[in-house]
Design a protein around this ligand. Sequence first.
Ligand code: SF4
Ligand code: SF4
Length: 267
Amino acid sequence: MSTFQDFPIRWGMVIDIDKCTGCGACVVACNKENNIAPQDNQLRRIEAKGFPTRFKKIEWLTIYELTDGGDTAYLPRPCMQCGVPSCVSVCPAIATDKNENGGIVSQIYPRCFGCRYCMASCPYHARVFNWDQPVWPEGMEKQLTPHTSVRSRGVVEKCSFCHHRLMYAKDAARVAGEDPEKLADGAYMPACAEVCPTGAITFGDVKNPEHAVYELARSPHTFRLLARLGTDPQVYYMSKRAWVRLQGDNYLANEKAQVNEGGAHHG
Ligand code: SF4
Ligand code: SF4
């Protein structure tokens, strides 16, 4: 599990839970950017079989509600782009991999044959399976973006940090005569980070001191989901509320001291 390459660039996001209002704009932007079809018919079919919809609907970014007494917080959860991704280790088809500069975990749909090992291995429930062919309401197919492929029934899909935007940002840098491996802060940004009305999602190279995420990821209020599993997520969360950090890290009551003693660790 420790054989994954540590890249010079580490694309990551810091989500400030104290700024997130749970409005869902990031989810809508993600669906639009990545050609995720509306799923009314699928949900009806699945609900009729008694499955909980949250495990079945196609969504690359899910917002969880956390509560403690009278206090509420919202936790948006994309793919963590793990530094040590268990999904990659188990895939028999090399349909998901971590070999891009920047550490983004890819998902290659034509290779996926739907065994769902990756879904079983992902501790974050960040992957979803296409039970049905996507259905676009009449006229809506005209708003499909050419940047992202449409997935068919029978494959697993997940968040890619809007990888196509990284490719466009690199192309723009080349055209401008700049180094595509040294993108300026903000030159590449996923749709969710771009659209968030409260600025709760900061995106950039966690290893680059010139990017805003560098400092944020090292804040004492920063934590990562299930960090102790050793998955080394490239998504970081921050909150000044101790109970949020405790719930986010899923520590037991008798382990509280561990999460209060420091922030996230970095690869
Ligand atoms: S479902 Fe697809 S991506 Fe997941 S392990 Fe199987 S082949 Fe690989
Ligand atoms: S969050 Fe899940 S799907 Fe994403 S890289 Fe980690 S193990 Fe893989």
